[in-house]
Design a protein around this ligand. Structure first.
Ligand code: C5P
Ligand code: C5P
Length: 483
């Protein structure tokens, strides 16, 4: 690890100290979070920690930081003490001028827009201490370290931080494993018997779902023709002669012998090649699996990646509160409802992927590929579609994806680059942030994944500038080294 761990932990300790003071003074704590899996996991961690201290608090999940500004301007943010998770670092100038009289803790992993914050604020962010917030730790990790400093018993929440990091795809490296500060969190969870880490094929529902259903349920990576299609997955497994039943019982991935797993892996490579897709997608199906040992084997919460998909589904269906409750530990009816939302979300993603396959929906410019989601793709889900599509091998690796969906007067933009392009020096977050401001909207994010909200009447110009900025960035000599 290249960052300064002591300094990072000291910052988390300072944030914990601030929260402790608020609690001892009986303050009401207003918490705001983003709406993706990492954000809802962060909110679950802070919520469970404040509940443990008998704190008075409320958690609200936001589609974008502008929603917070709107709430504030409507007088709906009355508390003096505010926590931001998975948001805040990218909009420090606006927040500091708006919240001058507030006491604020920011627990985020986005590139900070400023180096300093007001005296009564604490800002915990891995970038400040030299860590990579896109790959080594996410917002739920930052929140976890803060809550662990607040009360050692919060080690119990380490597995939720692992869920958050996986939700932000921080395992998207050649080994498909978490590393950096995330690895310290994994160690906490394993040492406390909360998590089981194994090497395996990464299919959703490895231990309990019939093999063909597990294959069809897996969307990271997205295997065109098989993901979202149980019938095609069933046929594929029959074609490669893997028995799907043992007597009357459906077989699961964990029932397969090592020989059969190799057959499955090789079969997938042949399948991808036969479809003209990069065989490297199959490598993304092999890596570390993270199982939450306290969750029932047959629920969507046992496998940390699937847990993250469930949280994401809640957030991107406008039900962030449901995801936060699950992450805080609510089960029974709450979990039933969240699982139902996940099923609906899967159908909606499958429908969107069918739409993407239609002629004219993807448009290739000089340096970028544009996905024109219009009104067909839900603006809350365009970021998931962008992530799924960019993991599918359907796009060229040398052009980033810029996905669009209409959201009233603005267009929601979600951009994704391949690791190859990031190694060439491309930083989508920098481009989105700069062009967002230039075109009267807002943008930001990480090198590999960024987003923006742009006034609809500025879209043509925005896209032309984005295309040019990517071209210029890639024309420059790169100093980045692949890992
Ligand atoms: O707001 P935040 O930083 O948490 O979101 C990061 C987003 O970037 C997530 O939606 C995640 O799925 C996406 N991502 C991606 N590909 C990567 C890394 C992150 O699509 N390799
Ligand atoms: O919305 P989407 O998942 O595509 O965003 C990708 C990344 O860009 C996320 O980390 C998100 O928080 C960030 N983003 C941002 N500012 C925006 C929109 C997105 O920092 N205006």
């Amino acid at each position: 690890m290249r960052g300064n761990l002591q300094s990072f932990l000291k910052r988390a300790e300072k944030a914990a100290e601030k929260i402790r003071t608020w609690l001892s003074e009986g303050e009401f704590i207003d918490t705001f979070t983003h709406n993706d899996a990492d954000a809802l996991a962060s909110a679950g961690i802070i919520g469970a920690s404040l509940r443990r201290e008998d704190g008075r608090f409320r958690i609200r999940s936001l589609n974008r930081i502008d929603d917070f500004i709107e709430l504030y301007n409507q007088g709906m943010v009355e508390a003096r003490c505010i926590i931001f998770t998975d948001t805040g670092s990218g909009t420090l100038p606006e927040l500091t001028s708006l919240l001058k009289d507030k006491s604020v803790v920011i627990l985020d992993h986005h590139e900070p827009s400023e180096a300093t914050v007001p005296a009564d604020w604490v800002h915990v962010n891995p970038h400040i201490d030299g860590f990579d917030g896109a790959r080594e730790i996410s917002a739920s990790g930052v929140t976890y370290f803060t809550c662990r400093a607040l009360n050692r018993a919060n080690v119990e929440l380490s597995a939720i931080a692992v869920v958050g990091a996986l939700g932000d795809l921080q395992d998207k490296n050649s080994q498909r494993r978490l590393h950096g500060l995330n690895e310290l969190i994994v160690s906490d969870a394993v040492e406390n018997n909360l998590l089981e880490v194994k090497d395996d094929i990464i299919l959703y529902g490895r231990t309990f779902r019939p093999l063909h259903v597990a294959l069809a349920s897996t969307t990271s990576p997205y295997i065109p023709g098989l993901s979202g299609n149980e019938q095609a997955s069933f046929q594929f497994l029959r074609d490669i002669q893997i028995p799907l039943k043992d007597g009357e019982q459906w077989r699961t991935l964990s029932d397969l012998s090592e020989e059969e797993k190799k057959k499955l892996y090789n079969g997938l490579i042949e399948y991808l090649v036969s479809k003209g897709l990069p065989s490297g997608i199959a490598d993304e199906l092999v890596g570390k699996t993270y199982d939450l040992t306290r969750e029932a084997v047959w629920t969507y919460l046992r496998d940390a990646r699937e847990y993250a998909t469930l949280l994401n589904a809640c957030g991107k269906s406008g039900k962030g509160w449901l995801g936060v409750l699950v992450a805080m530990g609510a089960r029974s009816e709450v979990l039933d409802e969240a699982q139902r939302v996940l099923e609906e979300y899967r159908l909606s993603i499958a429908k969107a992927m069918d739409y993407v396959a239609q002629p004219g929906v993807l448009e290739e410019l000089n340096h970028i590929i544009v996905l024109k989601g219009g009104e067909v793709i839900d603006f809350r889900q365009v970021s998931s579609i962008a992530s799924v599509l960019s993991s599918s091998g359907l796009l060229q690796r040398d052009k980033p994806l810029v996905a669009l969906a209409n959201a009233g007067k603005v267009v929601k933009v979600s951009a994704r680059a391949s690791k190859y392009l990031v190694d060439q020096g491309l930083n989508l977050g920098v481009i989105a942030s700069k062009l967002g401001a230039v075109h009267g909207g807002k943008g930001g994010g990480h090198d590999i994944a960024a987003g923006a909200e742009i006034p609809a009447d500025r879209m043509i110009k925005f896209l032309a500038d984005f295309d040019r900025a990517v071209g210029e960035s890639l024309a420059k000599p790169s100093h980045k080294v692949a890992d």
